[in-house]
Design a protein around this ligand. Structure first.
Ligand code: TYM
Length: 326
């Protein structure tokens, strides 16, 4: 059985990009693999957070994990800060990575834009992510395309440590879906869909009601030639919508284009609204029950115990190989 690890930051507005790029894969993988899914609260404090909101968002994401279909009987689900070894291993890995490679991370460059000085945690963010993955000897890391560079860095650091200190880490592979790996913003298909964009119509959040879903999709930016064709370079808006359609319906883009031959963007968008509403409604309904149940915290505590047992073993191996401690 392969080991799978992934994580999501506990910020509001978890959207269909997160779902199609990551969460949907989490569910698909859990029958055949040993899966560990984390709510990465330590990553989220690399930018300022309101403590009360952060606590709520941790439980929101946990409830969403279950609502999309992650089964805590099959998978381990826990909160990152409940397992102290994440921070411990991150320090060891920081001592084996270079400021040069961290400076090249495009996500850091984007988040750091316009600042004179960045929080050190924002700079070393990818190392904490590497620690998350390497702590659990993960073989597979299901993520969206935006995390590709971070996975590459994780692999580089793992190989570097293995070469220097002997076999210590499993070198993981990223897993990216074809249709959902990079969902773009609805109002600006040149940018990825994000939780933090100011315009709420730039995204469809998993907890949006039917009315909001309809509004956001009907408003989505397309182009003026009116032909439904997949061409991300020249027609990024409609290509993004085709991707979303394909990921939700399971149909290939070629089939969808054939189905809509001769139709206008309006007809296509109406059908897309339908498909997205139908896809999201059951998640939203399950979410409410799970979020309000007492079991949620118990599940997370139990997950932290199970994750902690694995983490402790890895940390022991790391300390032995590095000559740390007594
Ligand atoms: P986060 O919280 O930003 O996003 C969670 C997951 O959603 C994917 N994603 C997208 N996929 C497709 N289209 C989009 N527009 C889109 N936006 C986000 C992300 O790729 C991610 O898979 N650094 C990670 C969290 C993390 C992690 C880890 C992931 C921390 N440690 C260890 C895997 C393994 C992040 O910020 O995800």
């Amino acid at each position: 059985m392969a080991r799978v690890f992934s994580g999501v930051q506990p910020t509001g507005n978890i959207h269909i990009g997160n779902y199609l790029g990551a969460l949907k894969q989490f569910v698909e993988l859990q029958d055949e693999n040993q899966c560990i899914y984390c709510i990465v609260d330590m990553h989220s404090i690399t930018v300022p957070q309101d403590p009360k909101e952060l606590k709520d968002h941790i439980l929101d994401v946990a409830a969403l994990y279950m609502a999309v279909g992650i089964d805590p009987e099959k998978s381990i689900v826990f909160v990152q800060s409940d397992v102290a070894q994440h921070a411990e291993l991150a320090w060891v890995l920081m001592c084996n990575s270079y400021t040069g490679e961290l400076s090249r991370m495009t996500q850091f460059k984007a988040k750091n834009k316009g600042r004179e000085s960045a929080p050190a945690g924002l700079f070393t963010y990818p190392i904490l992510m590497a620690a998350d993955i390497l702590l659990y000897d993960a073989d597979i890391v299901p993520v969206g395309n935006d995390q590709k560079q971070h996975i590459e860095l994780t692999r580089d650091v793992a190989i570097r440590v293995n070469n220097k200190y002997g076999e210590t880490f499993v070198v993981p592979d990223g897993r990216f879906l074809k249709a959902g790996a990079r969902i773009m913003a609805l109002d600006d298909p040149g940018d990825k869909m994000s939780k933090s964009a100011e315009n709420k119509h730039s995204r469809v959040s998993l907890l949006d009601d039917d009315n909001k879903i309809k509004k956001s999709i009907m408003k989505a930016t397309t182009d003026s030639d009116g032909i439904i064709r997949f061409d991300p370079e020249n027609k990024p808006g409609i290509s993004n919508l085709l991707n979303i359609y394909s990921a939700f319906s399971g149909k290939t883009i070629d089939d969808i284009v054939k189905d809509f031959e001769g139709c206008g963007y309006g007809d296509f968008k109406k059908e897309l609204v339908n498909i997205v509403q139908t896809g999201i409604a059951p998640i939203r309904e399950r979410y409410e029950d799970i979020r309000n149940s007492d079991e949620l915290i118990r599940t997370l505590k139990d997950g932290a115990e199970r994750a902690g047992a694995i983490a402790e073993k890895t940390m022991k191996r790391v300390k032995d190989n590095f000559g740390l401690g007594l």
